[in-house]
Design a protein around this ligand. Structure first.
Ligand SMILES: Cc1cc2nc3c(=O)[nH]c(=O)nc-3n(C[C@H](O)[C@H](O)[C@H](O)COP(=O)(O)O)c2cc1C
Length: 191
């Protein structure tokens, strides 16, 4: 691993683990992401930036509907990470055993999480193998007083078998990314 990769790796491990849900054309889906960062200094205009890989089914929902909900998890909610982060919604109904309600934007709000926010997409930038979304945080709620899960928390609590499964999945994602990561479109995003 080179120094550049080691440096950017630091950002992975301390990042909050987030579940992103969306709705499009009567269907719902969701996935795990660790690529959310803050982007607005103005308290009356809360904004976040989210990175989503193009391979993911959820990416299509977000691009088409331009609405999504973000959820921070309690530290012990690793089952939710497996449910939303290990499988694709193309092959599995991830909400089958999940209690949720519909947000004002129609996207699912998962019950019992640390906190959630309803967001809409203000703009987007192509990143070759992924898309960077600028989000307007329209509405949100902190439901739990405790801490939220980071990627480090996930790695230190998940069973070894899950870590191996996840590593295999990351390997497949890298194979998917390699041929397209430098094919960045500079066409503007149409909201
Ligand atoms: C711990 C963890 C972190 C992840 N981080 C990201 C991420 O930051 N961005 C992303 O697009 N996918 C990330 N993923 C992968 C997606 O959650 C995963 O590929 C999911 O199966 C996609 O589901 P979908 O095809 O239904 O959208 C992560 C998965 C896990 C388990």
């Amino acid at each position: 691993m080179n120094e550049a990769s080691m440096f950017s790796g630091i950002f992975w491990h301390n990042s909050p683990v987030v579940i992103v849900t969306s709705r499009f054309d009567g269907k719902i889906n969701g996935q795990v992401a660790v690529t959310v960062v803050t982007s607005s200094l103005v308290p009356s205009k809360p904004r976040l930036i989210l990175g989503i890989w193009k391979k993911n089914y959820t990416q299509q929902f977000i691009k088409k509907s331009k609405v999504l909900n973000l959820h921070l998890l309690k530290k012990d909610q690793i089952d939710l990470v497996k449910n939303f982060g290990f499988y694709t919604g193309r092959e599995k109904d991830k909400f089958e055993n999940i209690t949720f309600s519909d947000g004002q934007n129609g996207c699912p709000i998962i019950k019992g999480v640390h906190s959630y926010a309803e967001c809409r997409v203000l703009n987007a930038m192509d990143g070759g193998d992924m898309t960077v979304f600028l989000l307007d945080v329209v509405h949100g709620n902190v439901l739990s007083g405790g801490g939220w899960m980071t990627l480090n928390d996930f790695y230190s609590t998940a069973p070894q078998e899950w870590i191996e499964q996840y590593s295999e999945k990351v390997g497949e994602s890298i194979e998917y990314s390699l041929p397209i990561i430098d094919k960045i479109s500079h066409e503007p995003f149409e909201p």
